[in-house]
Design a protein around this ligand. Structure first.
Ligand SMILES: [Zn+2]
Length: 103
C-alpha cells in the first residue's frame, strides 16, 4: 500500500511529509522517527532506508497521538508516549499479520 501524503483524522486533513534526514528535538541530542505539529496539521516521518513496515508503524504512532489530543486523553508525557507506542506496535502487528494491508 502506498504511503499517504494526506490523511484525514476525525475530519481534519493532515499533510504527511516523508524525509530522509533525522528529526531533532530542540538543541538536545535526541532524534525522532516521527513528529506531529498540530498547529499546521502536519505529520513528518523519517524514512531514509527504514522498512515500509517500520514507516507505517511510525505513521500509526503519530495518528494515535492526534487521537489522544482530539479525545483529550490525559497522561503525563512519558506514560502517553508508552501507551501510544504499545498501541501502534499492537495495531500494526494485527494489520500486517492479518494482511489487511499489502506491502
Ligand atoms: Zn510519540
Amino acid at each position: 500500500m502506498k504511503l499517504p501524503k494526506k490523511i484525514k483524522i476525525l475530519g481534519i486533513p493532515y499533510t504527511v511529509k516523508y524525509v530522509n534526514s533525522q528529526l531533532k528535538i530542540g538543541d538536545e541530542d535526541e532524534y525522532l522517527w516521527g513528529q506531529t505539529v498540530y498547529a499546521t496539521e502536519t505529520i513528518t516521518i523519517y524514512v531514509n532506508s527504514r522498512s515500509k513496515k517500520s514507516v507505517w508503524k511510525t505513521l500509526l504512532h503519530e495518528v494515535l497521538h492526534v487521537l489522544f489530543i482530539e479525545f483529550e486523553i490525559e497522561n503525563n508525557d512519558k506514560k502517553r508516549e508508552a501507551i501510544v507506542t504499545q498501541l501502534a506496535t499492537g495495531l500494526s502487528a494485527i494489520i500486517i499479520d492479518n494482511k489487511f494491508m499489502e506491502y
